[in-house]
Design a protein around this ligand. Structure first.
Ligand code: WTA
Length: 571
């Protein structure tokens, strides 16, 4: 694609200098900015919230600016500190200790954030779950993590299969009219009685902080385990890439059930002490533009799907709102179309900075920054302190323009430390000292990286990762379905949609009603974003002789491509 570069604009920092200084860069320089470098006492909740609450000139600043269709509320740093202290006291009273897994399953709300920091303050590990998860998705994650406590709302309780969760001892209910018992804790009643003083549990940088479940190409979702040390990179990228400044009003659209919603919806903005806009409810182009306009958002981190929707909503919608508060936008999760970047310059007079990273990597790695020229369609360059390359399957680096595995040299602070309860798995990501991402890309002669696609079967639909195995497993639970194979099918707006190929059990007829029933079965059993948009009935599903579904072959059929090597196909 031949597109003009979008020239750099000045941010707070001269990032070109950072970039030139990469060779001498050392993460120790960032660590020295934190007081724990001297004291040895660390807890990410303290650095993110309490530190600002203890600063007389910051404590009354709005930390959290919450709005949903039926509720608006602001919390200052001091209020957020006090409320999370209260919740930490509630947790302690009910026996939660360092290292315990406490899961949060509820819509975005001030209570979510107060609870989240309460969990960190007692030294427990937080497990945020996307509010749209249905029973199966909740079961898999709570079982695997052996969570002992869940914080949820009375409305969502029906999706928590308590009888299958022997480790789950207590459930905190955030809602009115909660009937408290041995098992159920009334959030508001207990908060009212809890002290606003709490002695934070100081932990080690390598102690557990958060578990994010994410999909791989095989098996159930895996628990990606992050430690307090990750905040070093959340802080650094907040400075260099988000380019956060003292008086910024920042908005990240991601839900905290996904990694973007914690690394960049919680840690990065609050480590920098900026006002963080949090929006509940459904999104429409009007409500997106309206949020920027109403709250005077200055830095906005969102996703290509959202931006594509803004583009297709047209200029008439854009012109109803004042976007002049914005300094720049950022994007993550799927390829950012070059057309969207040129639209940003034309329609909004703004640069959109693409960023590349993954749940496993914990924070941004390859990015566009304010003082760097954007090459539309490129993910940018590695941030200081990160070495990225394109390698072959043996971990040898490939020259410019050659496609291969997008890989990162071991050693950045926010890298996951383990896959929960699967010690062998972690090592399998590394080849010859490189973390192999599962994405394919190439780099040009100036070191810009260009995304090509995923090398495994993981589906990326509207920026959300879906594992085909999870969907297939749910499909075959339906009484009519014998076998299932699931792939991502390219889609202009969503990136990919989920397409399922199924065979039917004897006695079932392929009717539209049946297909709809199967779709709803996945939607209500697993989650809406994982439900196949297309279902096609086949006589057989191609499998290898060892019984693995050959999704690659299904995909080739779907796209009308050559089928490649089929020597392992069963008879
Ligand atoms: C994809 C989200 C193209 C990629 C933080 C990666 C991207 C997966 C980009 C991780 C980008 C992420 N351009 N593709 N800028 N950013 N991806 O774990 O395939 O939900 O491996 O993390 O999203 O998705 P995850």
């Amino acid at each position: 694609m031949d597109m003009q570069p979008i020239p750099a604009r000045e941010g707070k920092h001269n990032l070109k200098d950072y970039h030139n200084a990469r060779k001498n860069f050392d993460w120790e320089q960032v660590k020295r900015k934190f007081s724990w470098y001297e004291t040895g006492k660390v807890n990410a909740a303290y650095e993110t919230i309490d530190r600002h609450a203890e600063n007389p000139s910051k404590k009354n600043q709005v930390a959290l600016s919450y709005s949903a269709p039926d509720r608006e509320e602001e919390l200052t740093f001091e209020q957020l500190k006090n409320q999370s202290n209260q919740f930490a006291n509630v947790l302690k009273k009910h026996g939660i200790e360092k290292g315990d897994r406490v899961f949060l399953f509820m819509p975005r709300s001030p209570e979510f954030y107060a609870s989240f920091f309460g969990v960190l303050k007692v030294g427990a590990i937080a497990g945020p779950l996307f509010e749209a998860f249905m029973e199966q998705a909740v079961r898999d994650r709570l079982q695997d993590s052996e969570a002992t406590m869940l914080i949820t709302t009375p409305d969502l309780l029906y999706r928590v299969p308590q009888e299958d969760l022997p480790d789950l001892k207590k459930i905190v209910l955030v809602g009115d009219k909660v009937e408290a018992s041995e098992r159920y804790i009334d959030y508001f009643a207990e908060m009212k009685q809890a002290s606003e003083d709490f002695a934070i549990e100081w932990v080690d940088l390598e102690d557990g902080m958060i578990l994010h479940y994410t999909s791989g190409s095989t098996g159930k979702p895996k628990g990606v385990y992050h430690v307090h040390n990750a905040m070093i990179q959340h802080y650094a990228t907040g400075e260099w890439v988000l380019d956060l400044q003292e008086n910024d009003i920042y908005w990240c659209t991601a839900d905290p059930g996904w990694v973007t919603g914690t690394s960049y919806g919680i840690f990065a903005p609050w480590l920098h002490g900026v006002t963080n806009v949090i929006r509940g409810g459904r999104f429409t182009p009007e409500s997106w533009y309206g949020t920027v306009d109403k709250y005077n958002v200055t830095v906005w981190y969102t996703a290509p799907t959202a931006l594509r929707k803004l583009v297709s909503a047209g200029e008439d919608v854009a012109n109803q709102f004042d976007m002049s508060s914005l300094r720049h936008l950022l994007s993550v999760g799927e390829p950012l179309n070059p057309e969207v970047i040129t639209w940003g310059v034309k329609a909004l007079d703004l640069r959109i900075h693409d960023t590349w990273w993954m749940t496993e990597t914990g924070a941004m790695l390859i990015c566009n920054y304010p003082t760097m020229d954007i090459r539309p369609g490129s993910m940018g360059k590695p941030i200081p302190g990160v070495e990225a390359s394109i390698v072959d399957n043996e971990g040898n680096e490939l020259p410019p323009y050659q496609m291969g595995n997008l890989a990162i040299k071991k050693g950045w602070p926010s890298m996951m430390r383990a896959i929960w309860k699967n010690p062998g798995k972690y090592d399998s990501y590394f080849v010859n000292g490189w973390y192999v991402s599962g994405d394919s890309a190439y780099k040009d002669e100036d070191g810009y990286f260009w995304f090509q696609g995923r090398l495994d079967d993981v589906i990326n639909t509207s920026g959300e990762r879906v594992g085909p195995f999870e969907v297939e497993s749910k499909l075959i639970e339906h009484e009519a379905v014998a076998e299932a194979g699931v792939i991502g099918k390219p889609d202009p707006e969503r990136g990919e949609i989920i397409k399922a190929f199924i065979t039917l059990n004897e006695g079932y007829e392929a009717t539209d009603e049946l297909l709809e029933d199967i779709r709803v079965f996945v939607k209500t059993g697993l989650s809406a974003h994982a439900a196949p948009r297309e279902i096609e009935i086949k006589d057989t599903i191609p499998k290898t002789r060892s019984g693995k579904i050959m999704r690659r072959l299904l995909k080739s059929w779907e796209l009308g491509l050559p089928t490649g090597d089929t020597s392992t196909l069963e008879e």
